[in-house]
Design a protein around this ligand. Structure first.
Ligand code: MG
Length: 160
């Protein structure tokens, strides 16, 4: 078994859709980023790359590269999974925490779980997505942005 953790945060900005864990969330602003700003998937990618000893998302998909401008972060996640697959690694389970004062995310969590499980190639029961606030403290509490934390466990894929 190989464990990895990842953290990401992005600032809110106007005129962008809010996409979290591959799911479009209804809100009056989105997250500023070179990509689509999906903090949940970015944290997850870093956890996956960390567990596999492959560095971090910035190394694989530099934000100076125009190829990644506005990219759907699910494409990045699938590329990370392809790298892990080539090393014979599969996801055992993943646990994510989204930190946001607003919007309320509970209603979106089943769709987020299904979406991530599809890209991770594991049963939805092995993917856990949680959301919390920080009781109005700190940058997330002031509504300046959203943070995400992810932990994954990888296993070596069975032969044949
Ligand atoms: Mg990011």
């Amino acid at each position: 078994m190989l464990i990895g953790q990842g953290i990401d945060a992005h600032r809110f900005g106007p005129g962008r859709p809010l996409v979290l864990a591959g799911v479009q969330v209804s809100h009056d602003q989105g997250l500023e980023a070179h990509s689509d700003g999906d903090v949940a998937i970015h944290a997850l990618c870093d956890a996956l790359l960390g567990a596999a000893g492959l560095g971090d998302i910035g190394r694989h998909f530099p934000d100076t590269d125009a190829a990644y401008a506005g990219i759907d972060s699910r494409i990045l996640l699938r590329r990370v999974m392809a790298s892990l697959g080539s090393l014979g690694l599969a996801v055992h389970n993943a646990d994510l925490t989204l930190v946001a004062q607003q919007p309320k995310l509970a209603a979106y969590i089943p769709a987020m779980t299904q979406t991530l499980a599809a890209d991770l190639g594991c049963p939805p029961a092995r993917v856990n997505v949680k959301a919390t606030t920080t009781e109005r403290m700190g940058f997330t509490g002031r509504g300046e942005g959203i943070a995400a934390f992810a932990v994954v466990l990888l296993r070596e894929r069975a032969e044949g």
